[in-house]
Design a protein around this ligand. Structure first.
Ligand code: CP
Ligand code: NVA
Length: 303
């Protein structure tokens, strides 16, 4: 039976730990000079992008290459997913050529449909609802820096978006406490919050960034306007005034608090350049860990 990574909700805590442990192992060995190009030798990954990307594209492509496989970039203009051809037919065709599909899409139902019809594993490389690969890389980063995950307080400042939703799912599985400070109308997905709470997770929805930042182990933020919401950028810029991770906000958190951002960043909006370059910031470790975490996912799913 093939397995997909559409949402972390479909993976158990033990399986997620399995990914993190394999990722840490591959990273450690690679740093010591080892190669892993036997793991996916001769395997191919199709990468469908309906939206732009730096990290996702490069980390998946380089990751496949380092594992001995090949990755094929299919940009928005290449296959015109759902326009030139139905999502179902794209999934059925690609399944005859490649060993796995990674997709970055607008509607979450598109990646769900790809997974339903493809006979090879499908990995969600970001949808409007979720960004599971980001959350895996983030958990790896936090684990590396803090040597534990359970009981840590992750405070998310800003929009309850795809990144926030996947972090809630990851926190619920791995035992971190999640808090978000967001303006009214920008809460994370209510079903995801409810499911996390039903698993016994602590998820707090607050308005005041200072209240959220207090004693936090991690201060996390992301852009106020996500890809696809560009028409709302001006309204959002006004609505999110005050929801900036800066040195003042950081001073309310624990002294060893990690400053995190999935990137790309809009400096001066959701985060100041100073906070992003402070000694607390791990934003480029997060970016690097996309590679290691996804190599583990690929090795598990495509082997
Ligand atoms: N964090 C992230 O997914 O970056 P890209 O949009 O550049 O892939
Ligand atoms: N929330 C952002 C994340 C980008 C990696 C977006 O969807 O544009």
């Amino acid at each position: 039976m093939k397995r997909d990574l559409v949402s972390l909700a479909d993976w158990s805590a033990e399986e997620i730990w399995g990914i993190l442990e394999l990722a840490a192992h591959l990273k450690r060995e690679q740093r010591a000079g080892a190669r892993h190009d036997h793991l996916l030798r001769g395997k191919t990954l199709a990468m469908i992008f309906q939206k732009p990307s730096l990290r996702t594209r490069v980390s998946f492509e380089v990751g496949m290459w380092q594992l001995g496989g090949y990755a094929l970039y299919l940009g928005p203009e290449d296959i015109k997913l759902g326009k030139r051809e139905s999502v179902e037919d794209v999934a059925l065709n690609l399944s005859r050529y490649v060993d796995g599909i990674m997709a970055r899409v607008f509607g979450h139902e598109v990646v769900e449909e790809l997974a339903r019809f493809a006979t090879v594993p499908v990995i969600n490389g970001l949808s409007d609802l979720l960004h599971p690969c980001q959350a895996l890389a983030d958990m790896l980063t936090i684990w590396e820096k803090k040597r534990r995950l359970e009981g840590l307080i992750l405070a998310f400042i800003g929009d309850g978006n795809n990144v926030a939703n996947s972090l809630i799912e990851a926190c619920a599985k791995l035992g971190l406490h999640f808090r978000i400070a967001c303006p009214e109308g920008h809460e994370p997905n209510p079903r995801i919050v409810e499911e996390a709470r039903a698993q016994g997770a602590q998820v707090a929805i607050l308005r005041d960034p200072k209240e959220a930042a207090k004693n936090a182990d991690i201060l996390y933020t992301d852009v106020w306007t996500s890809m696809g919401q560009e028409a709302e950028a001006e309204i959002r810029r006004k609505k999110f005034q005050g929801y900036t991770v800066d040195m003042d906000l950081l001073s309310l958190a624990k002294p060893d608090c990690l400053v995190m951002h999935c990137l790309p960043a809009h400096y001066g909006e959701e985060i100041t350049y100073e906070a992003a370059r402070s000694k607390n910031s791990v934003i480029f470790d997060q970016a690097e860990n996309r590679l290691h975490a996804q190599k583990a996912v690929l090795a598990i799913l495509l082997r």
